[in-house]
Design a protein around this ligand. Structure first.
Ligand code: RB5
Length: 151
């Protein structure tokens, strides 16, 4: 199950991505927003991130105008590695090297064709769970644990 969420700036792209995933028989859970009314991107980044961090959804896709605010918000949730990608190479690397579990996109930055290519590549790429990549992602986890302990 893929969790998806956006603010108003990512709404149109979110709808395109949802259709694309449904056509591919991939289950999607939509965390909103569902209208063009101006809303706050942290609310949607948080909801999708929580769905992924809790294990309710396997991965997440979040979209705001630039993809920046919503990815920064999602990355505050422990266990989340949200990657803002603007091309398929970044999407593949974010999975293979960084084990990104949330993909962030900018609905006002890229067109639907490129976005769907990014989504397709991201979903089909796998983490290289060994050697330097495993070590580096473990170091990310260590940073998170350090600050959680200090609270
Ligand atoms: C909303 O106008 C816009 O700020 C938001 O979609 C996003 O780009 C923030 O990072």
């Amino acid at each position: 199950m893929i969790a998806i969420g956006s603010d108003h700036g990512g709404l149109n792209l979110k709808n395109e991505i949802k259709l694309f995933l449904i056509k591919k028989n991939i289950q999607v859970k939509d965390y909103g927003s569902c209208s063009e009314e101006s809303v706050d991107y942290p609310d949607y980044g948080h909801d999708v991130a929580r769905a992924v961090a809790s294990g309710e959804c396997e991965k997440g896709i979040i979209i705001c105008g630039t993809g920046i605010g919503i990815s920064v918000s999602a990355n505050k949730v422990p266990g989340i590695r949200a990657a803002l990608c603007t091309d398929a190479y970044m999407a593949r690397m974010s999975r293979e090297h960084n084990n990104a579990n949330v993909l962030a996109l900018g609905g006002r930055v890229i067109g639907a064709g490129l976005a769907l290519d990014i989504v397709d590549t991201w979903l089909s790429s796998k983490f290289i769970n060994e050697g330097r990549h495993r070590k580096r992602v473990s170091k990310i986890d260590d940073i998170e644990k350090k600050y959680l302990k200090e609270k």
